[in-house]
Every structure is written in C-alpha cells, then in structure tokens.
Design a protein around this ligand. Structure first.
Ligand code: SF4
Length: 228
C-alpha cells in the first residue's frame, strides 16, 4: 500500500473556503496588530491556510450554536473619512463567539476586551456575552488549569464550551471605545502618508510591530520588518 499526498486536491478544496475581504477596517484588526491592519489596506494578502482553517472551524461552531438567522450582521461605523466594520456574531442574544487554542480560565485575551466593549457600546448596553470553544490540541498547562477542574461537568480538555458574560462599568466602555477610535485615527494617519512618509534610510514608515501569538499565523510576517 502506498500513501500519496494529493496537493492538487488540497489546493482545490482550499479554494472552496472563500475568504471575503471586507471594505473598511475591521474592528478585530484595530484591536490586534495595527501593522497587519495597515498591510490589509495597502497591500492585502490572503490569510494563511492554517488561519483560514481556524476561521472555518469557528464559523461552523458558530452556525451550530447560534443558528444561521442570528449571526453575522455587519455594521459600518463611520470614523472620519474611513469606517470601521464590526461583525458581532449574535446581536439578538448580544453574544460573540470565539474559538481559542489557549484555555481561557477567567481572563479573556487582552485584545478581546475592546472588541467586546465596542459591541456593547454600539448596542447601547454595558454587558456582552462571550461564548468560547476551546480547541487546543492538548491538555492546558498546569498553571492554566483552574482549581475547580477537571470535574465531570467542567473538563478542561479540548473541545470544551466555556460561556462568560462580560459586565463593564460605564467608564470602562468609554475607555475601550476611545482606545479603538484612537487606533483607527492612528491607522488613518499612516494610511494618508502611505508611500510618502519615508525615513532617513529610505524606508516607508509603517505602524510599529505589535507582536503576539498571531505573528505565527500572519500573512505579513515576511515583510513585517520592512519599516524597522
Ligand atoms: S507578523 Fe506580527 S507584528 Fe508583523 S504584522 Fe503580523 S501580527 Fe503584526
């Protein structure tokens, strides 16, 4: 018996996973790496295979949990000359869906907070649900395992569903929304200077690197140090 890898078939199947780039700047991009958001605008590259597959996993879970009719209403929020797109997953239940490879015990990843606060602000409320499916491939590290786990109901092995409600104070919402708007403004400044703002070494200046776990999946990793 022989095992023959079929790259052509892989490519053909991957092509079915359509990725529709949105116009404007997506809220998630503003909350994660501004440099990647900048490249998305001036010289966009398609997502990497692995990233795309993670998105698809998330979308499938989301459809099953929320049912199709509730999900993905895009909202354009005008900011100056540009606009921010948000895609809250479940407006009816005021909830967002996440998949993660890192077990989320009680703290959400930093860049989720402004995103969730923005959804709450946009909808005139102070709380938002976050439904998380943990899809990590291994048992979480000991330090990440909460004291209560594992029990029969709260197993912290993947896959697992963990639901939270994030309740914000009014000032926190304001702080996070301002953070997003400031980032949008910063991005616009870089964009308006695109191709003109060249430093002393003849390099086009781009927003600073904001390295994170996402760098490993980022389509722009190879060109990322251009502006350094
Ligand atoms: S590789 Fe990392 S720092 Fe560079 S653009 Fe991508 S996410 Fe940002």
């Amino acid at each position: 018996m022989q095992l023959i890898r079929d790259k052509k078939r892989e490519d053909r199947l991957m092509k079915n996973l359509k990725h529709k780039p949105l116009e404007g700047v997506h809220l998630t991009s503003l909350c994660s790496c501004l440099r990647a958001a900048y490249y998305d605008q001036v010289d966009p590259l398609p997502p990497r295979k692995r990233m795309l597959l993670y998105w698809i996993i998330g979308t499938m879970f989301q459809r099953k949990f929320y049912q199709k009719q509730n999900s993905n209403k895009e909202l354009a929020c005008p900011i100056g000359d540009g606009f921010i797109y948000t895609t809250p997953d479940n407006i009816k239940e005021q909830a967002d869906f996440k998949t993660t490879r890192k077990f989320v015990q009680s703290e959400l990843p930093e860049y989720w907070w402004p995103q969730v606060a923005f959804y709450a602000w946009w909808n005139g409320v102070t709380k938002w649900k976050v439904d998380i499916v943990y899809i990590g491939s291994s048992y979480p590290k000991k330090k990440d395992i909460p004291a209560w786990a594992p029990t029969e109901d709260d197993d912290c092995r993947a896959p697992n569903l963990i639901c939270y409600t994030v309740q914000f104070e009014d000032e926190e919402i304001e702080e996070y929304v301002n953070f997003v708007l400031d980032r949008a403004e910063e991005l616009q400044q870089y964009l308006s200077e695109w191709g003109r703002f060249v430093d002393g070494y003849g390099k086009v200046c781009v927003p600073p690197m904001e390295q994170s776990f996402k760098c490993g999946e980022c389509s722009y990793a190879f060109q990322c140090n251009l502006g350094e």
